[in-house]
Design a binder for this molecule. Structure first.
Ligand code: DGL
Length: 270
């Protein structure tokens, strides 16, 4: 048993889709979330900048007594996981490896699609992780840079003509490639699940990276006897931009109310 907190971070709000799943799977855990809302998006930036930001995010989270860190961001997981693991003496979970495992398990025809930010696609991390599991699986990857701003501006609902148009254009090559499994390689994309599922059709399995990462974290902690037991979990939320906007913006990602205090942090100090 281990009552220390789990630190979770993302470039902004998308990582709340992973936190939501962690909350559901591990209701007794203390969770500390950092969303870098002042510097989002990371997905169009270069590896050096992503790594610098990610190091600051982890340094801030490590001011708490943590038993694990969850990188609830596809872009950071794809570009900085190796470095963050080498530099930190605690378990660090990213979204790429669990998503690759889920995709390889789900595909029937060996044709997997990946949609993610430009920096995630450029890294080749998802392809590498899938090839390590099964070199016979073909992967088609496409960056979808308009998805994050659309989601952050609340334009993610089915029937919204703007998001439907953008999604049809982005997903057409995936349909042509005949993928039967599509990795939603960015933690913002689960909010587009209905739109994407509606276009790809019921024959295509959608992999929610935040959810599979949360499940892997829960399995690891349970396997090592590191879960907190016999307590009601608490949550704390930190952002690098306005804390007052956070509750309204976060609700769709969390699927409900923000259930803890929200504070602003000067991330450049870390
Ligand atoms: N949540 C980030 C990810 O999973 C995307 C947002 C960004 O570009 O920073 O890649």
């Amino acid at each position: 048993m281990d009552k220390r907190a789990i630190g979770v971070f993302d470039s902004g709000l998308g990582g709340l889709t992973a936190l939501r799943e962690l909350r559901r799977l591990l209701p007794g855990e203390e969770l500390v979330y950092f969303g870098d809302t002042g510097r989002v998006p990371y997905g169009g930036r270069g590896k050096d900048t992503i790594l610098r930001y990610a190091r600051q995010d982890v340094a801030f989270l490590r001011t708490f007594d943590l038993k694990a860190v969850v990188i609830a961001c596809g872009t950071v997981s794809a570009n900085a996981l190796t470095e963050l693991r080498a530099e930190n003496d605690l378990p660090i979970f990213g979204v790429v490896e669990p998503a690759a495992r889920a995709a390889v398990a789900a595909t029937r025809k060996g044709k997997v699609g990946l949609i993610a930010t430009a920096a995630s696609v450029r890294s080749g991390a998802y392809e590498k992780a899938i090839a390590a599991l099964d070199p016979g699986v073909e992967v088609r990857s496409d960056a979808c840079p308009l998805f994050v701003p659309l989601v952050e501006n609340g334009r993610h609902r089915p029937g919204d003509p703007v998001v439907e148009l953008v999604a049809r254009e982005y997903l057409a090559p995936m349909q042509e490639a005949g993928v039967d499994t599509l990795v939603l390689g960015c933690t913002h994309y689960p909010l587009l699940r209905e739109v994407i599922g509606g276009i790809m059709g019921p024959g295509v399995t959608l992999i929610d990276t935040g959810a599979v990462c949360a499940a892997e974290t829960a399995r690891f902690l349970a396997g090592k006897g590191l879960l907190a037991e016999g307590q009601a979990g608490s949550r704390r939320y930190f952002v690098s931009d306005s804390a007052s906007d956070f509750a309204a913006l976060a609700a769709p990602f969390l699927g409900g109310e923000v259930d803890g205090p929200v504070e602003r942090v000067d991330i450049e100090k870390y």
